[in-house]
Design a protein around this ligand. Structure first.
Ligand code: DAH
Length: 339
């Protein structure tokens, strides 16, 4: 009997030694200590022993059972630790590995220049006015003193939604929209997209951007126009830049002018940038025509004002030395990444 018990202990410890995972361990526990296990079977045989033998063998059996149990516990702890180590190994983070590059977007060059221009005017006390790109003929032309058969319409051919609704050709219509709603003093800029039925080439696009400006108050004169625009140009191009006003015609201003600046590339000597002229045309401007004021219910005998219109693309092309307008709209990242 004693040999038999020792035999069970030996084979149990051997099996436990080899158990590679929790399942194997549980199988071993059932095989040796389970209800139908070898130890239980051996214990049943105790009946056949004499009363003298029984206590010693009983004690031995208890000792062996405890011995096997403690081995199972020990092995369990060992396996659990191994499992934990494997997990840690699998989840290890190599902090020396190079990071993954995050591609961060940037502002479009036109947006950058637009923000710059807005900031400059906001700094001078202007507010920003926003209006529709799909516009009534009345605001785009009629109220601006450009009646149906006016030749100025030829240079601003556009896309018609109906006979009376167009894609706006200029932001100047915002002058009228603002004056209808707001009583002087008025000091606004109206930036936005405009449309013309032009074929695409290096300097033409059917969609481009303008920034309209309008100031109306009592006693506003041409001197205010000159001072404001000169200040704007100096902020944008530097104090050394010279400004000249050249007489021009716009139906909605009288008198009207175009503003040129001394070439920012050659300083006025003449170069390919300014086509040898020394000057670069930047914007149109003038004193708001009395008829336009009257169209908006503002008494031209009491109030006067000035207006101007800036082409955003032209300014951005000059600033970034870009010679083809199409680059702004093609959304080629190789181009856009450079700003
Ligand atoms: N809207 C004109 C254009 O597209 C630009 C312009 C000229 C706007 C004179 C003005 C202005 O407000 O006074 O050619």
């Amino acid at each position: 009997m004693k040999e038999k018990l020792e035999e069970i202990r030996k084979s149990a410890l051997e099996v436990l030694e080899k158990a590679a995972d929790m399942n194997a361990l549980e199988e071993a526990r059932i095989k040796f200590l389970g209800k139908k296990g070898e130890m239980t079977a051996a214990m049943k045989e105790m009946r056949n022993l004499s009363a003298e033998e029984r206590p010693a063998i009983g004690a031995l059996a208890n000792e062996i059972r405890a011995n096997i149990e403690s081995h199972i516990e020990g092995k369990k702890a060992e396996l659990a630790q191994k499992l934990e180590e494997m997990k840690l190994k699998a989840e290890v983070i190599d902090v020396t590995m190079p990071g993954r590059k995050q591609n961060i977007g940037k502002l479009h060059p036109l947006t950058k220049v637009m923000n710059n221009i807005k900031d400059t005017f906001i700094g001078m006390g202007f507010e920003i006015a926003d209006g529709p790109e799909v516009e009534l003929d009345y605001y785009n032309f009629e109220a601006l003193n450009i009646p149906k058969n006016h030749p100025a319409r030829d240079t601003q051919d556009t896309f018609y939604v109906t006979d009376n609704i167009v894609l706006r050709t200029q932001t100047s219509g915002m002058q009228v929209r603002v004056m209808e709603k707001q009583k002087p003093p008025i000091r606004i800029i109206a930036p936005g997209k405009v449309y013309r039925s032009d074929a695409v080439d290096a300097t033409h696009s059917p969609v481009f951007h303008q920034i309209e400006g309008l100031v109306v108050d009592k006693g506003v004169t041409m001197a205010d126009l000159k001072g404001t625009l000169e200040m704007f140009i100096h902020r944008l191009y530097g104090d050394e830049t010279k400004v000249r006003f050249r007489p021009h015609h716009f139906p909605f201003t009288e008198p009207s002018a175009e503003l040129d600046i001394s070439c920012f590339r050659c300083g006025g000597k003449g170069c390919p940038m300014c086509k040898g002229e020394g000057w670069i045309e930047i914007l149109g401007c003038g004193m708001v025509h009395p008829k336009v004021l009257a169209n908006c219910g503002i008494d031209p005998e009491v109030y006067s004002g000035f207006a101007f219109g800036i082409g955003l693309e032209r300014i951005a092309m000059g600033r970034y030395d870009i010679n083809d307008l199409r680059l702004f709209f093609e959304n080629d990242l190789r181009f856009l990444d450079q700003f």
